[in-house]
Design a protein around this ligand. Structure first.
Ligand code: NAP
Length: 247
């Protein structure tokens, strides 16, 4: 039977790679993003790949007042949502944030607060349904603050802590809460970075996301898996040493 899948930030490279897999499984898709034209192109591609129904809606995640009115029609159409995947994000310019409070607040909003607003609304719907999966792409950057990207890390870390609490709350309601923590992924977000051995492609991340959701994993997913080991080491470096490192 076709699953009902909602993707927020559907224009992201990782989201697109993921939704292509669901399209090939002939699932029903509801795609949200801030660029209508791009959403329509992605929706048309999903239909060609085999998606059953494909709906789109415009959502700028920083427009909090529109969150509820944008999410409500999804539940009118689908009745039950099997998966809500939140994928939007930006990679802040850390030095620029250090000089500009407004920019820092906007980045925290895009990468943290907006997701928490959406999760608050989605959680109540999933709690009522007593089934389904809420999955969010956070980042390994949320595991420990580093001088090169602590605004991004703080926002992602906030979402990860929120998801821990949500998983605990929704456990008895049979709702899966998956925190997806990718390492370095070759997408438009990281276009300016020099790529190396630690880098993954969006398709690889997408496969691991779908696999974890299918296996009903109710946890934090480091992807690729070797990031679990790297972040274990990073988290356990004593602060007295860590504060001296140029990371
Ligand atoms: N790439 C990495 O190395 C990496 C590593 C760890 C985690 N992540 C996370 O993975 C997720 C997907 O990122 P990606 O790598 O696939 O990058 P991406 O292709 O650049 O996608 C980012 C997406 O976020 C959307 N977005 C940004 N601000 C928005 C807003 N205010 N309202 C609605 N949508 C907004 C963008 O929409 P527009 O196209 O309209 O700008 C874009 O579709 C993000 O949460 C990112 O933080 C990425």
């Amino acid at each position: 039977m076709s699953k009902n899948i909602v993707i927020i930030g559907a224009t992201s490279a990782i989201a697109q790679a993921t939704l292509r897999l669901y399209a090939e499984s002939q699932d029903n898709l509801y795609l949200l993003g801030r660029n209508q034209e791009q959403l329509e192109t992605i929706a048309a591609d999903a239909r060609v790949r085999g998606a059953n129904e494909v709906h789109t809606a415009v959502l700028d995640v920083n427009e909090f007042a529109t969150h509820e009115s944008t999410l409500n029609p999804i539940f009118d159409i689908f009745k039950t949502v099997d998966l809500a995947l939140i994928a939007h994000g930006t990679l802040p310019n850390q030095p620029a944030c250090e000089k500009d409070v407004h920019l820092t607040m906007t980045e925290l909003s895009t990468n943290g607060i907006s997701t928490i607003s959406l999760l608050t609304l989605l959680a109540n719907r999933f709690e009522q349904q007593q089934k389904g999966c809420i999955a969010v792409i956070t980042s390994v950057a949320g595991d420990r603050g580093r001088q090169s990207n602590y605004v991004y890390g703080a926002a992602k870390g906030m979402v990860s802590i929120f998801l821990q609490g949500l998983r605990n709350r929704l456990y008895d309601h049979k709702v899966q809460v998956l925190d997806i923590k990718p390492g370095f992924v070759d997408t438009p977000m990281t276009a300016d970075f020099k790529k190396g051995a630690l880098w993954a492609k969006p398709e690889q991340i997408a496969k691991s996301i779908v696999k974890a959701i299918d296996k009903k994993q109710n946890k934090t997913l480091y992807t690729p898996l070797f990031w679990m080991g790297i972040m274990f080491i990073i988290r356990n470096i004593p602060e007295g040493i860590f504060k001296r490192l140029k990371l």
